[in-house]
Design a protein around this ligand. Structure first.
Ligand SMILES: Nc1ncnc2c1ncn2[C@@H]1O[C@H](COP(=O)(O)OP(=O)(O)O)[C@@H](O)[C@H]1O
Ligand SMILES: [Mg+2]
Length: 468
C-alpha cells in the first residue's frame, strides 16, 4: 500500500462561515494502481489531492505515505517524502521560464542533492525521450506548445522515480487530441515505471480507464462504477450552506493560482475593454479565495527552485580564472581575468565584480594595489562565451613568502553577484573566487632563479596554481 488515508477532513474558515471541503474521506492506493476522481467544481477534489500529497495538513484524519504517517514526521523528513515518493502534475503550467526543458526536468532531483548532476541529467534526457521530446531538451517553455509543456511537467514529476503520481486535471486546458496523447503517455509510463496514480479529471471517458473511479460530491468521496452508474452514496446532512458557485475563482485553488498568474496579463486588457468593474471584482474575489495561501506556498517552492537554478548557473555555468599576466616594467603587471559562460547563451550577468590582490607575507596575506583597466569597470558585465577583463597590479612589498624560491605567492579574490537578468530584483547569487599564481618579482635575475629552481627554459613570469 503506497497511500493510506483515513477519516480525512478539511474545513476552511471563510470569514464567519465554515466550509467543509473534504468530509471523512478514506482512500487507499496500492502500488501501480490508477484511481480517478471526478466531481463538480468546488466539490473538494483539489483539496483532497493536496492532502494526500502532504501539501496541506488535514483538519483531522490520518495519512500514511509508503507506510509513514506524514504529519508525525520532522519537516525535513516530510520534505524528503514529498520530493521522493510523490510526483505532482498541476493543472497550470509550472515550468520555470528561464530554464530549458531539460533543466526544468532535472531540478527536483538537483534540489535533493543526492545524485550526481550527470546522473540526474542522464535521467532527465531519458525521460524527455520517453515523453517524445528528445529533440526539444534545450527549448525554453515559451518556445513549446501547451502539450509539450505538459510533457515536460510529466517528465519532471517522474525524475525522482516517485511511487505515487498525483495529477490535478492534467489535461483540462488541452485540446481533445492532445489530451488523449497525454493520457496515453501517462499510461505507458505507468506501465514502465510502476507508479500508482491518482488523477482528478473532468472527463468521464478518461476516468473510466482507471482501476477505480471515485466521485467527489460536496466533500464526500464515493465509488462509481466504470459505466457511470452511481453506487449508493452515504447520505450526509449538509449542515452549512455551500458557498455560491457562480464566481469564477471559487472553483479550485489550483485554478485560482493559475488565474492569478493570468490576472496580471489580462487585467489591463479587461480594463481597456471597459471591464474595470469585472476586473476589480475578479481580483477581490481571487484575493478572498484562501487558495492564495496555497499559491504562495507554490511560489515559495518555485522561488527556492529558481535559486537552486541560479546557483547552478553561477557555479557551474560561469567559469573564471586568470587568463594571463604580462609585465609592465618595474613592479607593475597587467593581469587578465577571464569570465566564461560555458553555455554561451543565454547571457549571464555579473554585477559589480570586485577583484583584489594579496601577496603572501609570513603566514598572512598583504593586500596590494589592483586597479581595473577600462573594460572591467562596467557595473554590469554581460557574459556570453569567454570574455577578458584587464587589471593593473602593483606589487609594492619589501619582503614576501617564497613558497617557490624567488617567486611571490599571489592570491586574487573576485567577489561577484551573478544573475540571469541584467536588472535583477531578488535573483542574485553571490560568488567568491580565489585565483592563485606564483609571480616573478622585479629585479631578480633569471640566473639567480635558475640556480634554485630547475625550469626547462627561462623562468616564467607567472605560474598558475590550482585553487587551494
Ligand atoms: N484555502 C481555502 N480556503 C477556503 N476555502 C477553500 C480553500 N480551498 C478550497 N476552498 C473551498 O473548498 C471547496 C473545495 O475546493 P476544491 O478542493 O478546490 O474543489 P475542486 O478541486 O473540486 O474544484 C470549495 O468550496 C472551495 O471554495
Ligand atoms: Mg480543483
Amino acid at each position: 500500500m503506497i497511500l493510506r488515508a483515513t477519516h480525512l477532513n478539511k474545513s476552511y474558515q471563510d470569514g464567519d462561515r465554515c466550509i467543509d471541503a473534504v468530509s471523512d474521506v478514506d482512500l487507499m492506493v496500492r502500488a501501480g494502481e490508477l484511481i480517478s476522481i471526478v466531481g463538480r467544481s468546488g466539490s473538494g477534489k483539489s483539496t483532497l489531492l493536496a492532502m494526500i500529497g502532504a501539501l496541506t495538513k488535514p483538519t483531522s484524519g490520518d495519512i500514511a505515505i509508503a507506510g509513514e504517517r506524514v504529519w508525525e514526521l520532522s519537516e525535513k523528513r516530510l520534505a524528503d517524502i514529498r520530493r521522493k515518493e510523490i510526483g505532482f502534475i498541476f493543472q497550470f503550467s509550472s515550468m520555470l521560464s528561464n530554464l530549458r526543458a531539460v533543466d526544468n526536468v532535472a531540478l527536483p532531483a538537483l534540489l535533493g542533492g543526492e545524485s550526481a548532476p550527470e546522473e540526474i541529467y542522464a535521467r532527465a534526457h531519458d525521460l524527455l525521450t520517453r515523453v517524445g521530446l528528445a529533440r526539444r531538451a534545450s527549448a525554453f517553455p515559451c518556445q513549446m506548445s501547451g502539450g509539450e509543456q505538459r510533457r515536460v511537467a510529466i517528465a519532471r514529476a517522474l525524475v525522482n522515480a516517485p511511487r505515487l503520481l498525483l495529477a490535478d486535471e492534467p489535461t483540462s486546458d488541452l485540446d481533445e487530441e492532445t489530451e488523449e496523447e497525454i493520457i496515453a503517455l501517462l499510461e505507458a509510463l505507468r506501465a514502465e515505471e510502476g507508479f500508482g496514480m491518482v488523477m482528478v479529471t473532468h472527463n468521464r471517458d478518461l476516468a473510466a480507464l482507471a482501476d477505480r473511479t471515485l466521485e467527489m460530491r460536496q466533500g464526500v468521496l464515493a465509488p462509481i462504477d466504470a459505466r457511470g452508474a452511481e453506487a449508493p452514496r452515504p447520505i450526509r446532512p449538509i449542515i452549512l450552506p455551500a458557498p455560491a458557485k457562480h464566481e469564477p475563482p471559487a472553483t479550485a485553488v489550483f485554478e485560482g493560482a493559475r488565474a492569478l498568474q493570468r490576472l496580471g496579463a489580462n487585467l489591463w486588457r479587461m480594463v481597456g475593454r471597459g471591464g474595470l468593474v469585472a476586473a476589480l471584482f475578479f481580483g477581490v474575489a481571487l484575493l478572498s479565495n484562501a487558495g492564495i495561501a496555497r499559491y504562495q506556498q507554490f511560489e515559495i517552492e518555485a522561488h527556492r527552485t529558481r535559486l537552486a537554478a541560479l546557483e547552478e548557473l553561477a557555479t557551474s555555468t560561469l567559469r573564471s580564472d586568470i587568463a594571463s599576466i604580462a609585465s609592465l616594467g618595474g613592479d607593475r603587471y597587467e593581469v587578465t581575468v577571464y569570465l566564461e559562460n560555458i553555455k554561451r547563451e543565454p547571457p549571464i550577468y555579473v554585477m559589480s565584480p570586485s577583484v583584489r590582490a594579496f601577496i603572501q607575507v609570513g603566514t598572512g596575506w598583504q593586500e596590494t594595489t589592483l586597479s581595473p583597466v577600462a573594460d572591467a569597470t562596467a557595473a554590469v558585465l554581460k557574459v556570453t562565451g569567454r570574455q577578458l577583463y584587464r587589471f593593473m597590479l602593483e606589487t609594492r612589498v619589501e619582503t614576501f613568502t617564497e613558497l617557490l624560491p624567488h617567486y611571490m605567492h599571489v592570491r586574487f579574490t573576485n567577489d561577484m553577484l551573478v544573475s540571469p537578468e541584467s536588472t535583477p530584483k531578488d535573483e542574485l547569487f553571490q560568488r567568491s573566487d580565489n585565483y592563485f599564481v606564483y609571480l616573478k618579482p622585479k629585479d631578480v635575475a633569471d640566473e639567480t632563479i635558475l640556480r634554485d629552481v630547475r625550469f626547462p627554459g627561462a623562468p616564467p613570469l607567472w605560474i598558475w596554481m590550482p585553487p587551494h
